[in-house]
Ligand binder design. Structure first.
Ligand SMILES: [Zn+2]
Length: 220
Protein backbone atom coordinates (compact mmCIF):
# COMPACT_ATOMS: atom_id res chain seq x y z
CA UNK A 1 0.00 0.00 0.00
CA UNK A 2 1.37 3.39 -0.94
CA UNK A 3 1.46 6.37 1.41
CA UNK A 4 0.82 8.74 -1.45
CA UNK A 5 -2.93 9.35 -1.52
CA UNK A 6 -2.65 10.21 -5.23
CA UNK A 7 -1.48 6.73 -6.20
CA UNK A 8 -3.05 3.29 -6.04
CA UNK A 9 -0.79 0.29 -5.46
CA UNK A 10 -0.67 -0.14 -9.24
CA UNK A 11 0.59 3.37 -10.03
CA UNK A 12 4.27 4.20 -10.45
CA UNK A 13 5.48 6.78 -7.88
CA UNK A 14 5.85 10.45 -8.73
CA UNK A 15 9.64 10.66 -8.89
CA UNK A 16 12.27 13.36 -9.40
CA UNK A 17 9.71 15.81 -10.71
CA UNK A 18 12.00 18.80 -10.04
CA UNK A 19 14.88 17.21 -11.95
CA UNK A 20 12.65 16.15 -14.83
CA UNK A 21 11.28 19.69 -15.09
CA UNK A 22 14.82 21.09 -15.25
CA UNK A 23 15.67 18.61 -18.01
CA UNK A 24 12.59 19.69 -19.98
CA UNK A 25 13.49 23.34 -19.40
CA UNK A 26 16.95 22.70 -20.91
CA UNK A 27 15.38 20.95 -23.88
CA UNK A 28 13.00 23.87 -24.49
CA UNK A 29 15.81 26.42 -24.14
CA UNK A 30 18.01 24.48 -26.55
CA UNK A 31 15.26 24.56 -29.16
CA UNK A 32 14.07 28.12 -28.34
CA UNK A 33 16.76 30.04 -26.42
CA UNK A 34 14.57 33.11 -26.03
CA UNK A 35 11.86 31.37 -24.03
CA UNK A 36 10.90 33.34 -20.93
CA UNK A 37 7.42 32.05 -20.23
CA UNK A 38 7.40 28.26 -20.24
CA UNK A 39 3.64 28.17 -19.85
CA UNK A 40 3.32 29.19 -23.50
CA UNK A 41 5.29 26.12 -24.57
CA UNK A 42 3.26 23.54 -22.69
CA UNK A 43 -0.19 24.86 -21.87
CA UNK A 44 -2.33 23.37 -24.65
CA UNK A 45 -2.43 20.05 -26.45
CA UNK A 46 -1.11 21.79 -29.56
CA UNK A 47 2.04 22.90 -27.75
CA UNK A 48 5.12 20.81 -28.52
CA UNK A 49 5.97 20.00 -24.88
CA UNK A 50 2.47 19.42 -23.47
CA UNK A 51 2.78 15.64 -23.56
CA UNK A 52 6.33 15.67 -22.17
CA UNK A 53 5.20 17.84 -19.26
CA UNK A 54 2.31 15.45 -18.53
CA UNK A 55 4.69 12.49 -18.52
CA UNK A 56 6.80 14.12 -15.79
CA UNK A 57 3.74 13.57 -13.59
CA UNK A 58 2.98 10.08 -15.01
CA UNK A 59 0.04 11.90 -16.65
CA UNK A 60 -1.59 12.17 -13.21
CA UNK A 61 -2.96 15.30 -11.52
CA UNK A 62 -0.41 16.53 -8.99
CA UNK A 63 -3.17 17.36 -6.49
CA UNK A 64 -5.70 14.54 -6.66
CA UNK A 65 -4.02 11.81 -8.72
CA UNK A 66 -6.65 11.63 -11.49
CA UNK A 67 -5.10 10.16 -14.63
CA UNK A 68 -5.13 11.90 -18.00
CA UNK A 69 -6.59 9.72 -20.74
CA UNK A 70 -8.05 7.11 -18.42
CA UNK A 71 -11.07 8.95 -17.12
CA UNK A 72 -14.23 9.55 -19.09
CA UNK A 73 -14.48 13.32 -19.34
CA UNK A 74 -11.75 14.81 -17.21
CA UNK A 75 -9.62 17.32 -19.02
CA UNK A 76 -6.20 18.49 -17.88
CA UNK A 77 -4.52 21.87 -17.66
CA UNK A 78 -1.32 23.53 -16.51
CA UNK A 79 -1.73 25.09 -13.09
CA UNK A 80 0.31 28.00 -11.76
CA UNK A 81 1.21 26.77 -8.26
CA UNK A 82 1.66 30.35 -7.05
CA UNK A 83 -1.32 31.76 -8.89
CA UNK A 84 -0.99 33.72 -12.09
CA UNK A 85 -0.68 37.49 -11.57
CA UNK A 86 0.58 37.03 -8.00
CA UNK A 87 3.70 38.77 -9.27
CA UNK A 88 3.64 42.37 -10.51
CA UNK A 89 2.39 42.92 -14.05
CA UNK A 90 5.82 43.57 -15.50
CA UNK A 91 7.99 41.55 -17.87
CA UNK A 92 9.83 40.13 -14.82
CA UNK A 93 6.57 39.39 -13.03
CA UNK A 94 5.11 37.54 -15.98
CA UNK A 95 8.35 35.62 -16.36
CA UNK A 96 8.17 34.56 -12.71
CA UNK A 97 4.56 33.35 -13.24
CA UNK A 98 5.64 31.21 -16.16
CA UNK A 99 8.77 29.63 -14.68
CA UNK A 100 8.67 25.88 -15.14
CA UNK A 101 9.18 25.42 -11.38
CA UNK A 102 5.83 27.17 -10.83
CA UNK A 103 3.90 25.04 -13.32
CA UNK A 104 2.02 21.94 -12.27
CA UNK A 105 0.13 19.24 -14.17
CA UNK A 106 -3.45 19.38 -12.90
CA UNK A 107 -6.91 18.09 -13.70
CA UNK A 108 -9.54 20.65 -14.68
CA UNK A 109 -11.41 20.39 -11.37
CA UNK A 110 -8.34 20.98 -9.21
CA UNK A 111 -6.96 23.78 -11.37
CA UNK A 112 -10.24 25.69 -11.70
CA UNK A 113 -11.08 25.20 -8.04
CA UNK A 114 -7.70 26.43 -6.91
CA UNK A 115 -7.71 29.42 -9.30
CA UNK A 116 -7.77 32.47 -7.03
CA UNK A 117 -6.27 30.91 -3.94
CA UNK A 118 -2.93 32.54 -3.18
CA UNK A 119 -0.47 30.15 -1.54
CA UNK A 120 2.04 31.95 0.67
CA UNK A 121 4.76 30.72 3.06
CA UNK A 122 4.82 28.33 4.86
CA UNK A 123 2.08 26.70 2.78
CA UNK A 124 4.05 26.90 -0.47
CA UNK A 125 6.47 24.34 1.00
CA UNK A 126 3.88 22.32 2.92
CA UNK A 127 1.57 21.88 -0.08
CA UNK A 128 4.30 21.34 -2.67
CA UNK A 129 3.10 18.49 -4.87
CA UNK A 130 6.41 18.10 -6.74
CA UNK A 131 8.51 16.89 -3.81
CA UNK A 132 5.61 14.98 -2.25
CA UNK A 133 5.18 17.33 0.74
CA UNK A 134 1.47 17.50 -0.01
CA UNK A 135 1.16 13.83 0.98
CA UNK A 136 2.04 14.81 4.56
CA UNK A 137 -1.08 16.98 4.61
CA UNK A 138 -3.63 14.72 2.92
CA UNK A 139 -4.29 11.00 2.97
CA UNK A 140 -6.78 8.46 1.61
CA UNK A 141 -9.32 7.19 4.13
CA UNK A 142 -10.61 3.61 4.26
CA UNK A 143 -13.53 4.49 2.02
CA UNK A 144 -11.05 6.03 -0.48
CA UNK A 145 -12.06 9.64 0.12
CA UNK A 146 -9.22 12.16 0.32
CA UNK A 147 -8.96 13.48 3.89
CA UNK A 148 -6.92 16.10 5.74
CA UNK A 149 -4.50 14.39 8.11
CA UNK A 150 -5.43 14.79 11.75
CA UNK A 151 -2.58 17.15 12.53
CA UNK A 152 -3.88 19.73 10.03
CA UNK A 153 -7.61 19.40 10.53
CA UNK A 154 -7.90 22.71 12.36
CA UNK A 155 -5.67 24.62 9.97
CA UNK A 156 -7.96 27.08 8.23
CA UNK A 157 -5.76 27.56 5.15
CA UNK A 158 -5.40 23.81 4.60
CA UNK A 159 -9.16 23.47 4.94
CA UNK A 160 -9.71 26.28 2.44
CA UNK A 161 -7.32 24.62 -0.02
CA UNK A 162 -9.01 21.24 0.42
CA UNK A 163 -12.46 22.74 -0.19
CA UNK A 164 -11.36 24.95 -3.08
CA UNK A 165 -9.89 22.03 -5.03
CA UNK A 166 -12.85 19.84 -4.14
CA UNK A 167 -10.60 17.12 -2.75
CA UNK A 168 -13.52 15.97 -0.60
CA UNK A 169 -15.69 15.31 -3.64
CA UNK A 170 -17.20 11.99 -4.67
CA UNK A 171 -15.58 12.47 -8.10
CA UNK A 172 -12.10 12.22 -6.54
CA UNK A 173 -13.12 8.99 -4.85
CA UNK A 174 -14.56 7.56 -8.06
CA UNK A 175 -11.46 8.53 -10.06
CA UNK A 176 -9.31 6.68 -7.55
CA UNK A 177 -11.51 3.58 -7.60
CA UNK A 178 -11.52 3.53 -11.41
CA UNK A 179 -7.74 3.77 -11.44
CA UNK A 180 -7.42 1.01 -8.86
CA UNK A 181 -9.75 -1.29 -10.74
CA UNK A 182 -7.96 -0.66 -14.03
CA UNK A 183 -4.70 -1.63 -12.32
CA UNK A 184 -6.30 -4.79 -10.94
CA UNK A 185 -7.73 -5.77 -14.33
CA UNK A 186 -4.31 -5.44 -15.97
CA UNK A 187 -2.86 -7.92 -13.48
CA UNK A 188 -5.74 -10.40 -13.32
CA UNK A 189 -5.21 -13.61 -15.29
CA UNK A 190 -8.47 -15.40 -14.50
CA UNK A 191 -10.89 -14.61 -17.34
CA UNK A 192 -14.03 -14.99 -15.19
CA UNK A 193 -12.73 -12.60 -12.56
CA UNK A 194 -11.59 -10.18 -15.23
CA UNK A 195 -15.11 -10.09 -16.64
CA UNK A 196 -16.55 -9.31 -13.21
CA UNK A 197 -14.04 -6.50 -12.75
CA UNK A 198 -14.97 -5.05 -16.15
CA UNK A 199 -18.62 -5.06 -15.10
CA UNK A 200 -17.75 -3.20 -11.91
CA UNK A 201 -15.61 -0.77 -13.91
CA UNK A 202 -18.46 0.09 -16.24
CA UNK A 203 -20.71 0.82 -13.23
CA UNK A 204 -18.07 3.09 -11.72
CA UNK A 205 -17.56 4.90 -15.01
CA UNK A 206 -21.28 5.37 -15.41
CA UNK A 207 -21.39 6.92 -11.92
CA UNK A 208 -18.48 9.17 -12.76
CA UNK A 209 -20.16 10.31 -15.99
CA UNK A 210 -23.36 11.11 -14.16
CA UNK A 211 -21.42 13.06 -11.56
CA UNK A 212 -19.65 15.10 -14.26
CA UNK A 213 -22.89 15.79 -16.14
CA UNK A 214 -24.67 16.98 -12.98
CA UNK A 215 -21.68 19.04 -11.99
CA UNK A 216 -21.41 20.68 -15.42
CA UNK A 217 -25.11 21.48 -15.34
CA UNK A 218 -24.65 23.26 -12.02
CA UNK A 219 -21.76 25.21 -13.46
CA UNK A 220 -23.85 26.62 -16.33
ZN1 LIG B 1 -6.95 16.90 -9.68
Amino acid sequence: MTNDYRNTEYCPAYENIGKKKQALKCKILTASPKTHNFYNKISTRKDPYHQSFAEIYNCKCAYCGAKWGELPTTSFEIDHFIKKNAHPDTAEGREADGQIENLVWSCYECNRGKSDLLITAPYDAALNPDDGSITNIFCRSEDYTIRIREKYQNDSFIRAFYKALGLDRESKRLDYLILKLRGKIKQETDAQKKLKFYEALSILQEKRNTYTQNHERQRK
